[in-house]
Design a protein around this ligand. Sequence first.
Ligand SMILES: Cc1cc2nc3c(=O)[nH]c(=O)nc-3n(C[C@H](O)[C@H](O)[C@H](O)COP(=O)(O)OP(=O)(O)OC[C@H]3O[C@@H](n4cnc5c(N)ncnc54)[C@H](O)[C@@H]3O)c2cc1C
Length: 413
Amino acid sequence: MPRTIHIIGAGLAGLSAALKLSARGERVIVHEATAFAGGRCRSYHDATLGMTIDNGNHLLLSGNHAALDYLRDIGMADRLVGPQAAEFSFVDVASGQRWTLRINDGRLPWWIFDSARRLPGTRAVDYVPLARLLWARPGKSVGETIPCKGLLYQRLVEPLLLAALNIDPPHGSAKLASAVIRETIAAGGRSCRPLVARDGLGSTLIEPALACLQRRGAMVRLEHQLRALRFAAERIEALDFGKETVVLTADDAVILAVPPYAATALIRDLEGPTEFRAIVNAHFRTEPPPDAPPILGVLNGTVQWIFSFPGRVSITISAGDELIDSPREELAKTIWGDVAHATGLPPALPPWQIVRERRATFAATPAQEARRPRAKTRWRNLVLAGDWTNTGLPATIEGAIRSGNRAAALFAH
Ligand SMILES: Cc1cc2nc3c(=O)[nH]c(=O)nc-3n(C[C@H](O)[C@H](O)[C@H](O)COP(=O)(O)OP(=O)(O)OC[C@H]3O[C@@H](n4cnc5c(N)ncnc54)[C@H](O)[C@@H]3O)c2cc1C
């Protein structure tokens, strides 16, 4: 009887582990608590808008190599859209000023020395703190490593780190900021072209993965929540799903790819992040202006990023904890005020929806970063996966997929 690898959780970490293992011919069963796969990266039909929307806008970068490999594996690599070069358009809604940051393709950052490419009002010498962040000392925050003020900070470092770390940057882990900068700006424009799943997260990242798993003979059981793990001295001996208990053979293995609060409830003594940050998204059913960039950075507004999709304009507010309990209608009006200002669309509020994810990511502080566990556990047939495990990256699609790949690799024969 060949071994079975049970994967708990059908988010991107669980799905990527399942794809790697099933490609190797392993017998795989994915158990997902909810009625849908995708976890925090999903699409759903919204009755108010009468259209399918994503729980939140997700931005990938061309340097997210694990995410792009995942998409190639499921035949969806051509579904991400974005500009041919690393271009980021911004508008400051307080001053009305607009600019486009253009990072040159190669690793040598000559864009910094070209006033037409770098940020308006900055000098080449202003970019030195970016290098200091690259060599940040462990345990330090961004605020302890670089000055969090000035034009370069406001126009580049703050928007970049707020989006990538989902935390007010001065409080963010300098080590995680360093990883972000190393894999994006410092790697050159070829690694930071912005990419978006224009047809939706579900039809790009999730449903094709499920179809691929089915073709490879892997089973995905929805509404099948793991209630408890049964521990023996060195291994997990059974999985308790409430009405059903799965007894594991000596060769069977488990990848626990659930969020940290679920994992720490299942494993006594497991240390994981305990603090989280929210992300707020709003979606408006309206056609974006024809010349709108696919994504537009917004400064000095409530909104941080505006995404233009066919028939829809969506916005993202990272570290949006203060807005979690604001009255919805009021929030929609404030947000649309920024959007209308930034895009020139009419001020009348179009049909809207607001999606607030309270625990969107773990809080990327140095203290929480120190609580991220490695994939291996003291039980030889149990491995952890998820964006919150110690991937070296903030909680992102790329981190989740790398963690799933690593978990699968740990069970290589
Ligand atoms: C609004 C929002 C915007 C974001 N924007 C971006 C972005 O622009 N770029 C980017 O790279 N990342 C972004 N992220 C982060 C990204 O979505 C996550 O890092 C990634 O989806 C996490 O995947 P995961 O598999 O680690 O966890 P999850 O997606 O949380 O998956 C865990 C799964 O486990 C299941 N589960 C839990 N308990 C059990 C149990 N007991 N038994 C069985 N199953 C269980 C859950 O239902 C879930 O499906 C965003 C996140 C949010 C919420």
